[in-house]
Design a protein around this ligand. Structure first.
Ligand SMILES: [Zn+2]
Ligand SMILES: [Zn+2]
Length: 208
C-alpha cells in the first residue's frame, strides 16, 4: 500500500495549514510505527480484493504533545480525537505510543510501540545543513535522516479498557450538582451521588 513520505507530507500540510519540521517528524514517527507494527494504510477503505481494509480501525494512538506533530500523526494513522482513537496525554514530549488493537495481551492490555524523537536530532540537523535557517534545516534533515538518528523505540503494554475503545457506548449520567449530561465513566461518585469531573474540582474555567 502506498504510504510514501512525500505524499503523506502533502496531506499533512493540507490538514495542518503549513509544512514544518514538526510535521515531518510526526509523519515519519507514525510511518515508522506502522511499519514496525505491520499496519497497512488506514486511509484505504476497500482493499484491491474488494474486502474492507481491516487495518482502518486497528490503531489507537496516544500522543504526548499538543503541537504540529500531533496533526501529522492523525493524518498518517487515521486516528482522530472525534473517533476516540487519538488520545492526548500532554507530557510536553515529542513522543507517541501506537497501540495495536489486534495485539491483545493479558487482561485489558494491548501491545504498542512508543516512539520518541531524540533530542540529538536537532544537533544532527545543524551539522548536516549549517547554511540553512533552523526550520529549513530541520525540515530538510528530518526528511533524510535514518530512523535511528531521529527516534528511539520501545515496545510497551498499554491498558485500554473497553470504555476507552473508539466505538464504546456506555451509560450516560446526569451530574447531581450542575445537571449536565456526562458520557461513559467521566464522573466521580461522592457521598452516593455522581458528579461530573468539573464539579468534582477539575474545572478549567470560572464563571464571569
Ligand atoms: Zn507546524
Ligand atoms: Zn457537574
Amino acid at each position: 500500500m502506498g504510504m510514501g513520505l512525500d505524499e503523506l507530507l502533502q496531506e499533512a500540510e493540507v490538514a495542518h495549514g503549513h509544512l514544518c519540521a514538526g510535521q515531518v517528524l510526526g509523519v515519519r514517527m507514525a510511518m515508522l510505527a506502522m511499519r514496525e507494527l505491520g499496519v497497512g494504510d488506514p486511509r484505504v477503505r476497500v482493499l484491491e480484493s474488494g474486502a474492507l481494509n481491516p487495518d482502518r480501525k486497528r490503531l489507537v494512538t496516544f500522543v504526548e504533545i499538543d503541537r504540529c506533530a500531533t496533526d501529522a500523526i492523525g493524518v498518517v494513522t487515521g486516528c482522530r480525537v472525534g473517533k476516540r482513537a487519538l488520545k492526548l496525554r500532554d507530557f510536553g514530549k515529542m513522543a507517541a505510543t501506537f497501540v495495536d488493537l489486534y495485539a491483545k495481551l493479558e487482561g485489558d492490555e494491548y501491545k504498542g510501540l512508543r516512539v520518541v524523537a531524540l533530542e540529538s536530532s536537532k544537533g544532527r540537523a545543524k551539522e548536516l545543513y549549517p547554511e540553512l535557517e533552523k526550520n529549513a534545516q530541520q525540515m530538510k534533515a528530518y526528511r533524510e535522516m535514518p530512523d535511528d538518528e531521529l527516534f528511539a523505540m520501545q515496545w510497551v503494554r498499554v491498558p485500554l479498557p473497553a470504555s476507552e475503545f473508539p466505538g464504546y457506548k456506555g451509560e450516560r449520567v446526569v451530574c447531581a450538582s450542575c445537571g449536565e449530561g456526562v458520557n461513559f465513566d467521566r464522573f466521580v461518585e461522592r457521598d452516593g451521588v455522581r458528579v461530573c469531573l468539573g464539579c468534582a474540582g477539575g474545572e478549567y474555567y470560572r464563571a464571569l
